[in-house]
Design a protein around this ligand. Structure first.
Ligand code: PRX
Length: 647
């Protein structure tokens, strides 16, 4: 594992604040150790007990079944996730409690109690059923951050339709690929979404995508921004019309624990995005349990996760986990710097947010914008902070703790993935001391290991491959429609063990330090992107012969994209072409994926078998001289010319 070397010298330790620990659900290291040991010694007993906290129409008869790589959980049980997020609280007499607090980018606000949210979800459930959506149908949700996006997810979960949320920043081509792969019949969308004071025209993208998606028989369109849109007769329905006359009562059906809940697409190393499939019972129990302990969640918390519902964080920790715990969820529609760079801090003060969960890329932006935007607001309501999405650099961690948390709030650095469904490694805030940059220890029932190339266990502080060697309830069940790829991607590197694709080490205290992806997937502003998808988008331009996209470290975004492009002989490099290529990526994948720099090259460094040597390009992109092994390089002169190009 010489490719992952640890250069971290971080040694600071922050014990859980005594005041926090005194009130916490798990308030000491001993309590954590004891429960963790139980969860590993007898996982079925541990998870059976956790499942008891939720409603089942029929109780499971078998807790888990593991036939690698296929897991099943809570077999024989029937339940309903939407029922557990809504009806359960209303029936317990808590219908008047606040469920969702929405703030639109223009400043409009809307609050929904649990009873009101249940009524909205029932109306949409009835509306979907009346329009012909059936259990098992795939429904695309391509929306902005509005309450209806959460309502749509919950309505699908309720009737057993399988939702696939597509991030609103994706463009038509990306929507098309996902619609086709999922075999979706229905798209729920909006006229447009607000972003930095401008309208993102979602419906227009859907129209374009649908030109090559004959399987889509209906779209349901919410009016949010009131921009002009075209409605296609016989296919497009107004959201309001679908709800019109729909009853606010709907009996939640009992769904099998292994009934598919959602597909969420994530990038792989080969071109085609992977449809990660999660099912009902295991995901539900895991989302509920992790939210409860990691965020030490209570009904009177005002909890704000700044992710988008288009990412897994939005699924597990905006919608399902927090609502299953009956807390108050703040949902914000827009950009963090609109109208000013203090929007988030203003909102925390206004809504008296108690728990704030965001990404390292956002924290780096806040640092850049300046402390004065933070200090002018009262953030004393906060009691807990969290981060997710990429490794957080210790300096950003310290800034987060001091500036946002006022030195009094614990920080949970949560490591997990779309595939894992929920948080896998994290400090339990009242129990486990934090080290800046480390996601610390595994969550209950989770068994992470660091392996060497040959499958043996790495030593303390030796970088290796991060695997999980026991199943857990929320693990992905397969790649939609492609069991073989599921097996190859996650279970072939180390037989029978889930390979995360990340490199990691554990230190002398058993703390885990995740060092990023070991493959070519790049992480830009917290978004994991496959280089292959970006490259095929560039190559689609008529002037381009070949492209390789790599990431280089970027102070703000964590990683920034550099594209190396070789042109067809008929084409010549020019600033216009540079701009056109950048536009192409923005149009087809999304603006967030626009390369920071596009470099034209005569040729790309390749191995003899024709594979582009991205390692060399990464070094060049970072301004370093390629050092490592170049013996597999097909034509060494290519490297020299790329280097001179740079100066
Ligand atoms: O490399 C790890 C990084 O993000 C990857 C998962 O990305 P995605 O499926 O898009 O899900 C992001 C939200 C869960 C991981 O394989 N990652 C995520 N959280 C952390 C992290 N790396 C280090 N520390 C984290 N806390």
């Amino acid at each position: 594992m010489s490719s992952i070397k640890s250069v971290s010298t971080e040694s600071r330790v922050f014990e859980p604040p005594a005041e926090f620990a005194a009130k916490a659900k798990i308030g000491s290291r001993e309590a954590y150790d004891k429960l963790y040991a139980q969860s590993i010694e007898d996982p079925d007993a541990f998870w059976a007990e956790r499942a008891e906290e939720l409603h089942w129409f029929t109780k499971p008869t078998t807790i888990s079944q593991w036939d690698p790589p296929f897991a099943k959980w809570f077999l024989g049980g029937t339940t309903n996730l939407a029922y557990n997020c809504l009806d359960r609280h209303v029936l317990a007499g808590n219908g008047d409690r606040t469920a969702l607090i929405f703030e639109g980018e223009p400043g409009d606000t809307r609050t929904l109690t649990y009873a009101e949210l249940l009524a909205e979800v029932c109306k949409l459930s009835n509306g979907l059923l009346d329009s012909g959506v059936k259990k098992g149908d795939r429904v695309i949700i391509y929306m902005g951050m509005v309450p209806e996006a959460a309502i749509a997810m919950l309505a699908c979960a309720r009737i057993g339709a399988i939702h696939s949320v597509i991030f609103g920043g994706f463009a038509a081509e990306a929507v098309r690929d996902r619609v086709l792969d999922a075999g979706a019949t229905t798209i729920l969308t909006q006229d447009g979404a607000w972003r930095r004071g401008k309208v993102v025209p979602l419906k227009a993208q859907v129209d374009q995508a649908c030109e090559s998606c004959p399987g889509v028989v209906r779209t349901i369109v919410l009016r949010r921004t009131n921009n002009d849109i075209t409605m296609k007769e016989g296919r497009d329905l107004e959201w309001a019309a679908v709800l019109d006359g729909a009853s606010a009562e709907h009996e939640a059906p009992a769904l099998d624990a292994e009934h598919p809940l959602f597909i969420l697409y994530t990038s792989g190393t080969t071109g085609k995005p992977k449809g990660v499939l999660h099912t009902t019972g295991g995901y539900m129990v895991y989302a509920h349990t992790t939210t409860k302990y990691v965020f030490d969640m209570r009904p009177d918390d005002v909890y704000w996760c700044t992710a988008d519902v288009g990412w897994v964080t939005g699924h597990s920790y905006i919608v399902y986990g927090p609502l299953a715990n009956g807390t108050q969820v703040l949902m914000y529609e827009g950009a963090p710097n609109h109208p000013g760079p203090d929007r988030f801090w203003e909102m925390i003060a206004k809504h008296k947010v108690t728990i704030f969960y965001t990404a390292p890329t956002a924290i780096r932006a806040f640092i850049k914008w300046g402390d004065e935007h933070v200090t002018k607001h009262d953030l004393s309501s906060l009691r807990l902070l969290g981060t997710v999405g990429e490794p957080i650099n210790p300096e950003a961690w310290i800034w987060y703790r001091d500036m946002i948390g006022g030195g009094r709030c614990p920080i949970v650095d949560t490591w997990w993935q779309t595939e894992t469904g929920g948080i896998m490694m994290t400090p339990i805030p009242g129990a486990v001391a934090a080290k800046p940059g480390s996601c610390t220890l595994p969550f209950f029932g989770i068994s992470p290991k660091v392996l060497r190339d040959d499958g043996t266990e790495a030593d303390t502080n030796e970088g290796g491959y991060l695997v999980i060697d026991k199943p857990w309830p929320a693990m992905m069940r397969t790649i939609w429609g492609d069991d073989q790829r599921f097996k190859e991607t996650y279970f072939s590197r180390f037989e029978g063990k889930y390979f995360t694709g990340d490199g990691a080490r554990y230190d002398e205290d058993g703390y885990f330090w995740v060092m990023g992806r070991v493959d070519d997937v790049v992480n830009v502003a917290g978004h994991r992107l496959g280089t292959a998808e970006l490259e095929s988008c560039l190559v689609a331009h008529e002037a381009v012969a070949e492209a390789a996209v790599v990431a280089r470290p970027d102070e703000l975004k964590g990683q920034a994209l550099v594209a190396f492009v070789t042109l067809k002989s008929s084409a010549k490099p020019s600033p216009e072409l540079n701009a056109a290529l950048s536009e192409q990526v923005a149009r087809e994948i999304g603006k967030f994926a626009r390369p920071d720099s596009i470099r034209f090259a005569d040729a790309l460094p390749k191995t003899r078998s024709g594979k582009i040597m991205r390692r060399l390009l990464r070094e060049l992109a970072a301004g370093q001289t390629p050092t490592g092994d170049v013996t597999t390089l097909e034509d060494i002169s290519v490297l020299a010319s790329l280097r001179s190009d740079e100066s």
